[in-house]
Design a protein around this ligand. Structure first.
Ligand code: AMP
Ligand code: GLY
Length: 423
């Protein structure tokens, strides 16, 4: 089989790594890929929103399966374009990717179908939003409706902050059209867990749980980022939480989408908050998490191609999804200054110790320079993932492996998995 993966970050490297283990696959392409992905796949210089070029490439190379890693092309309808051209593709269609693409849509869906989530209101005018915020309870959460690289969420502690937030999202349009509408949501407290699943439109199979660390600095301080590290499984995702979510959240979401004529095939990522009143949905994503994929996929025992094909064919019920009884930790190596301002182009060394069995070096922002050296090319540079028999062993292994890598301005959090010390 020939497989094309669309995307070029750490998540796509983890997907390409999993695809490379499939006995069915002879050749992998990745558009655009990165310097690490290039060791497993032929990288193609087409960007993920160039649907026509991607379709033409897939036809020319007779690609058997295309896997879409990223949210932007999914919400933009890349799957519909591939299907129109008669090509096999893994991911939700545009009318289902809206589960991630519009927070107003997903909140209204949860309300309509009784799926537990924070109370909320949707506003399309700054005046009405401000009126509502004058009498709200604080803290309160403001969310841009559309995609905003995970940064369109503001937690406001006072009316003054909320007023400034409305200006930023709706008037200054910091995230463009994503702020045409906003969701104003009740603030929840509790432990956050990411749960990823495969769906075929009617059946849903849950993968192992994970926890992300979104803040830039130790102690969960500093700005929100795309994710500074993850661990899997989450010990806070207990059998009771799992039972509750299976009854009230997972299948209900898939059934709700089907009932709306928006059958969801692909990966649904449930961002959950385990509150005192039980688990509630914080957000949905229509794809693997980044860097959740980097700790989940190395633990998956199934052939990823079998699972993805079952999602496309509607036969997921025949798949016995299996995860190893071990643990994984990913520590992101970033460029100092991320997520605000950072320099690029520094040579990276120390790749040779990663065995791709217990230690993985997933590339995110890397590229080859004119000398053929691998250099930094983004805020998040590498995701250092290690397995272990348990979480603490995996964490020690991951931190050990971060020392193998060297580049100028290397920055990381030193407390990924700190919650594990509470148990
Ligand atoms: P989202 O993109 O909706 O997942 O929001 C990003 C982050 O903001 C989440 O991972 C939470 O840490 C935080 N957040 C979002 N919604 C809420 C909420 N209703 N209450 C508390 N924190 C929230
Ligand atoms: N790690 C969070 C996300 O992928 O959205």
């Amino acid at each position: 089989m020939k497989v094309l993966v669309v995307g070029g970050g750490g998540r796509e490297h983890a997907i390409v790594q999993a695809v490379s283990k499939s006995k069915k696959v002879d050749q992998i392409y990745c558009a655009p890929g990165n310097a690490g992905i290039a060791s497993l796949a032929e990288c193609v210089p087409i960007t993920p929103m160039e649907f026509d070029k991607l379709v033409a490439f897939a036809k020319e190379k007779e690609i058997d399966l295309t896997i879409i890693g990223m949210d932007d092309p999914l919400c933009g309808g890349i799957v519909d374009e591939f299907e129109k051209a008669g090509l096999r593709v893994f991911g939700p269609r545009k009318n289902a990717a809206i589960l991630e693409g519009s927070k107003a849509f997903s909140k209204n869906l949860m309300k309509k179908y009784g799926i537990p989530t924070a109370g909320y209101e949707v506003f399309d005018s700054p005046e009405a939003a401000r009126e509502y915020l004058k009498t709200s309870k604080y803290p309160i959460v403001l969310k841009a409706d559309g995609l905003a690289l995970g940064k369109g969420v503001l937690i406001c502690n006072s009316w003054e902050e909320a007023d400034a937030g409305v200006k930023e999202l709706m008037e200054d349009k910091k995230f463009g059209a994503a702020g045409n509408e906003i969701v104003i949501e009740e603030f929840m407290t509790g432990r956050e867990v990411s749960v990823l699943s495969y769906c075929d439109g009617k059946t849903i199979k849950i993968m192992s749980s994970a926890q992300d660390h979104k803040r830039a600095c130790d102690g969960d301080t500093g700005l929100n980022t795309g994710g500074m590290g993850t661990f899997s499984p989450s010990p806070f995702y207990t059998p009771e939480v799992d039972k509750f979510c299976k009854e009230h959240i997972y299948q209900k979401t898939v059934d709700a989408m089907a009932a709306e004529g928006r059958g969801f095939k692909g990966v649904i990522f449930f961002g959950l908050m385990i509150t005192e009143d039980g688990p509630k949905v914080l957000e949905y994503n229509a794809r693997f998490g980044d860097p959740e994929a980097q700790v989940i996929l190395p633990r998956m025992e199934n052939d990823i191609i079998d699972v993805m094909e079952a999602c496309i064919d509607g036969t997921l019920d025949t798949i016995d999804l299996k995860f190893a009884d071990n643990a994984a930790v990913c520590v992101v190596l970033a460029s100092d200054g991320y997520p605000v301002k950072y320099d690029k182009g520094f040579k990276i060394t120390g790749f040779d110790k990663f065995d791709n069995k217990n230690y993985f070096c997933f590339h995110a922002g890397t590229k080859f320079d004119e000398n053929g050296d691998i250099v930094t090319n983004g805020g998040r540079v590498l995701g250092i993932t290690a397995l272990g028999n348990d979480l603490k062993e995996a964490r020690a292994n991951a931190y050990k492996a971060t020392e193998w890598i060297d580049f100028k301005n290397k920055y990381m959090r030193h407390d990924i998995g700190h919650a594990l010390d509470e148990i």
